[in-house]
Design a protein around this ligand. Sequence first.
Ligand code: NAG
Ligand code: NAG
Ligand code: NAG
Ligand code: NAG
Ligand code: NAG
Ligand code: NAG
Ligand code: NAG
Ligand code: NAG
Ligand code: NAG
Length: 320
Amino acid sequence: MKVNSLSAASLLTGLALAQDLYPGLTTVNHTCAIKPQLRSCPAQSPSSVDTCCTETFGGLILLTQFWSTYTGLEAQGQLLPRDTWTLHGLWPDFCNGSYTQYCDLRRQYDPVPSPNTTNGLPNGTVVPPYRGAPVSTFLEAFQRYDLLDYMNTYWVNQRASNNEFWAHEFSKHATCFSTFQLPCYGPRYQNHSDVIDYFETTIEYYRRFPTWGWLAQNNIRPSNTTQVTLSDVQGTLARASGATPYVGCSGPRYNETDAGRGGNDTGRTVISEAWYYMHVFGRPQEGVAIPVNATGSSSNCARARNALWYYQTTPGSIRS
Ligand SMILES: *[C@@H]1O[C@H](CO)[C@@H](O)[C@H](O)[C@H]1NC(C)=O
Ligand SMILES: *[C@@H]1O[C@H](CO)[C@@H](O)[C@H](O)[C@H]1NC(C)=O
Ligand SMILES: *[C@@H]1O[C@H](CO)[C@@H](O)[C@H](O)[C@H]1NC(C)=O
Ligand SMILES: *[C@@H]1O[C@H](CO)[C@@H](O)[C@H](O)[C@H]1NC(C)=O
Ligand SMILES: *[C@@H]1O[C@H](CO)[C@@H](O)[C@H](O)[C@H]1NC(C)=O
Ligand SMILES: *[C@@H]1O[C@H](CO)[C@@H](O)[C@H](O)[C@H]1NC(C)=O
Ligand SMILES: *[C@@H]1O[C@H](CO)[C@@H](O)[C@H](O)[C@H]1NC(C)=O
Ligand SMILES: *[C@@H]1O[C@H](CO)[C@@H](O)[C@H](O)[C@H]1NC(C)=O
Ligand SMILES: *[C@@H]1O[C@H](CO)[C@@H](O)[C@H](O)[C@H]1NC(C)=O
């Protein structure tokens, strides 16, 4: 399973033990249509607003995407979409840029928790591996076969199953939104309504950030022979999306390649991620968002001219 880099946000430790973000929250009166649509950052006080109707816990919302050239599970039919970055997740960071994870172990569906404790440290609460039915069965119970098809096309894991990836994103991140807490769904909550709601909401935001197309419009296309420059990539995405996203790289460091050896540019050289930051008004589910610049470092990639590879996908890894 892919593990996201921690370079753009520092991990907040110690907050993740509670099972309820807001103990005592009831299922009564969460009619968001009659409440003000308040901005998620700076954080609103959970004691003075309906936390089901305003995101009060993790108000800095990130829509994250991957650029991959293969899945590793091609033989099982797990393929990449053509000419499209894939979906990673929707994350609720704190307004100050740090974050927490696995906020509700009653909704732990991740078969391979990563990290394996709530705070990533050996002394954190252990996140038990999930051994139940895959999350795709939750979607089937709601007869959301169309959603499942969409997810298999655009929300694709590398070296492990898509089901594992979706469960990971839900249990690690969705449980840390105030607006996806169980009491928000009222007394007639059905098992896993929140999971479907998170997947749908995540896709709603994913569709707003056509990274591949934005780059292509500016003549930045995948190539295995010509390299690109971080400021061109990031500037293009910033102009198109309305704020500077985090651009993530993997692969060798520039100072360890022939072109950059011995120099002071230690950024990595293979483009692999984009994270778009937003504040939202009201529930993130409503989709009323404004773009904001990435907090902290806006990239771990090399900054030198033509230092980066935006690799072409492997022909046999693409869905026909
Ligand atoms: C729910 O709303 C009703 C009608 O406004 C009000 O009387 C009641 O006190 C509220 N209950 C809670 C728990 O907020
Ligand atoms: C960031 O915000 C969270 C949530 O309000 C808080 O717990 C944490 O201490 C803050 N971190 C820093 C570095 O200020
Ligand atoms: C968590 O993972 C680390 C690194 O893989 C391992 O050393 C540790 O034993 C694991 N801890 C638990 C509680 O499973
Ligand atoms: C857990 O470990 C971290 C780092 O090793 C340490 O800073 C922290 O105080 C520990 N917390 C507890 C509750 O022991
Ligand atoms: C809800 O789903 C969980 C698995 O996520 C299962 O263990 C539980 O039995 C289900 N509850 C009901 C009422 O169906
Ligand atoms: C490149 O930078 C890294 C990180 O600063 C450093 O550990 C490494 O030794 C450098 N490599 C070379 C060849 O200079
Ligand atoms: C790296 O070196 C370049 C040119 O030698 C210099 O302009 C730049 O300030 C240096 N950057 C850092 C972070 O030291
Ligand atoms: C993002 O940063 C740029 C450059 O620092 C600034 O001009 C712009 O106003 C910022 N955009 C937002 C949405 O904050
Ligand atoms: C381009 O290079 C990447 C990285 O080495 C590789 O995975 C991919 O298969 C290559 N694609 C083509 C079309 O050669």
